[in-house]
Design a protein around this ligand. Structure first.
Ligand SMILES: NC(=O)C1=CN([C@@H]2O[C@H](COP(=O)(O)OP(=O)(O)OC[C@H]3O[C@@H](n4cnc5c(N)ncnc54)[C@H](OP(=O)(O)O)[C@@H]3O)[C@@H](O)[C@H]2O)C=CC1
Ligand SMILES: O=C([O-])CC(=O)C(=O)O
Length: 269
């Protein structure tokens, strides 16, 4: 029988804690051995309730695991990613927007034997986008609508003096490419970054971000015009209690992605 793959998780928030609990409950072929968080006392109390408590370690030490899942703020992405990639691990990022300006990490991974596996996360349909991108693609766009509180704290809004809390009608707050969207909204549109990596890249992938007081869900619509197919897909994510910017489906998507790393039967490309 194959040996279990060990897992380390950076962050125990809306994504990391859900994932850690699921792994602790038992996933065939995967074993949680380490976690990292900012508030050490809170994290220690949390993992003490686990069936098999993982070690509480620093961000770089997570690289002792075979799979390193990053589920922390984009500000610490580089520390987690660099350690995992230099150690030749499987690196699973959540803060995908932070990968776009750091594509040299992909080159490093090639050299060290590491793999970077970007989960579909809060989005849908990246299998179809990847398939379409094997052929000719004319355009890919993503329209994101969020309740205004789901956009709070974005640097782009602060730089442009945009107060989303004062909005009473749906308002287009950003239109541009995925690279600029990820810079301006590092905690809000990781989905646009994942779409860009699956398809035609961050310069050609176009993004609209709407603050919409009428929606209760983080809603993403992808439109792809390709030689082989036309795709229009929408996902309406229930915001998580811990972090309204993050859809509840995100840790589930990462868990599904991780099952795929060890599964005998894997469905979807
Ligand atoms: N790819 C996708 O589709 C999606 C990606 N995301 C992204 O995933 C990331 C995580 O999101 P989410 O779980 O909602 O975030 P949360 O804010 O809920 O949790 C973040 C976690 O990171 C921890 N943390 C903060 N600073 C540090 C540090 N210096 N060292 C170690 N841990 C730290 C926090 O610790 P503490 O609890 O102690 O403060 C917290 O546990 C974000 O970048 C988010 O934008 C989100 C949704 C979808
Ligand atoms: O992409 C993100 O960062 C989060 C998001 O929109 C969602 O969870 O729906």
């Amino acid at each position: 029988m194959a040996k279990d793959l060990t897992v380390g998780i950076a962050g125990l928030g809306a994504i990391g804690l859900h994932l850690a609990r699921a792994l602790d409950a038992g996933v065939p072929g995967l074993r949680l051995i380490a976690v990292a968080a900012r508030d050490q006392a809170k994290a220690a109390a949390t993992i003490a309730t686990f069936r098999t408590p993982p070690r509480l370690v620093g961000l770089a030490e997570l690289a002792e695991a075979d799979i390193v899942v990053e589920a922390a703020p984009a500000a610490v992405f580089e520390t987690v990613a660099t350690a995992a990639i230099e150690a030749g691990r499987i690196f699973v990022p959540s803060s995908v927007g932070a990968l776009l300006p750091r594509m040299h990490l992909v080159e490093r991974a090639r050299a060290t034997g590491a793999r970077i596996i970007v989960p579909t996360g809060a989005l849908l349909g990246l299998d179809a986008v990847r398939a379409a991108a094997e052929g000719e693609v004319a355009t890919i766009t993503i329209e994101t609508r969020k309740p205004p509180r789901g956009l709070l704290g974005a640097p782009y809004l602060e730089q442009h003096g945009i107060d989303v809390t004062a909005m009473t009608v749906k308002t287009l707050v950003f239109k541009g490419n995925a690279f600029d969207a990820a810079q301006g909204f590092p905690a809000n549109v990781n989905v646009a970054a994942a779409l860009a990596l699956a398809g035609i890249g961050p310069e050609r992938t176009m993004v609209e971000i709407w603050a919409d007081p009428e929606v209760t869900r983080n809603t993403h619509t992808i439109r792809v015009e390709a030689a082989a197919a036309r795709l229009t897909m929408t996902i309406e994510n229930v915001p998580s209690e811990e972090n309204p910017r993050t859809g509840k489906i995100t840790p589930l998507s990462i868990l599904a992605c991780m099952r795929g790393l060890t599964a005998t039967l894997k469905v979807g490309s």
